[in-house]
Ligand binder design. Sequence first.
Ligand SMILES: Cc1cc2nc3c(=O)[nH]c(=O)nc-3n(C[C@H](O)[C@H](O)[C@H](O)COP(=O)(O)O)c2cc1C
Length: 234
Amino acid sequence: MTKSITNSAMQQELASAFAFRHACKLFDENKKISADEFNTILEAARLSPSSFGMEPWQLLVVQAPEKRELFREFSWGANGGFHGTQGQLGSASHFVIFLAHTDVTMRHHSDYQQQLMRETKQLPEEVIGFINQAFEKFQLHDFAIEGRRQIIDWSGKQAYIALGNMMTTAALLGIDSCPIEGFEIQKATQVLAEEFGIDTERYVPAVMAAFGYRAAAPHHEKTRRTMEQVVQWF
Ligand SMILES: Cc1cc2nc3c(=O)[nH]c(=O)nc-3n(C[C@H](O)[C@H](O)[C@H](O)COP(=O)(O)O)c2cc1C
């Protein structure tokens, strides 16, 4: 990787980006993220790592206000109800719904995975066979991922890595964000099936995220446990 700034300057950039990022409750409706910068944020998701490289996620960028409104009633973490505002749903420049794959299981050697390994990764057949075996052992024995709920959770965990990378990328660009788990999964799944044509047998909503520019300074100072409380060295 070629670097245009020193490590020490980069460390400062990162420290200020992490201090800048906060869970933004209300965005400035008049400020939109440029297509180019939002594409960089999406690239952070696309290039994120995932267990076995399975990329068990799908991202929906929901821009049409009427589509966003479909989630308002049951998205208490994004509808501004606690603050008496439009919330992130009504004010974000860009609003993303992360879907988790439900059929990422080697028990059935899902079409999605076989296609990913053949077409995207262009792996030779013997390598695919090896990965299929290794993944089957990982899922059924090592991590004991069994039912649909556990598969969704595993896929969702991978999606959260993409979410984290997107928020850090946004912060480095001076763009605000908010991760959102404050919604009813069952109702969101129904909206996605009925209004977005999503095959909810194969995909379910894992988490949402809003991006834009803060309407006002954060209401609270950032508080965290100390490094000593968080990290143990052995
Ligand atoms: C997975 C996840 C889900 C969250 N869901 C919501 C949400 O629905 N609505 C909201 O306003 N904040 C939400 N938050 C923000 C957290 O409350 C916030 O990150 C935490 O209180 C720390 O504050 P800070 O991010 O401003 O430093 C969520 C955070 C994470 C990581």
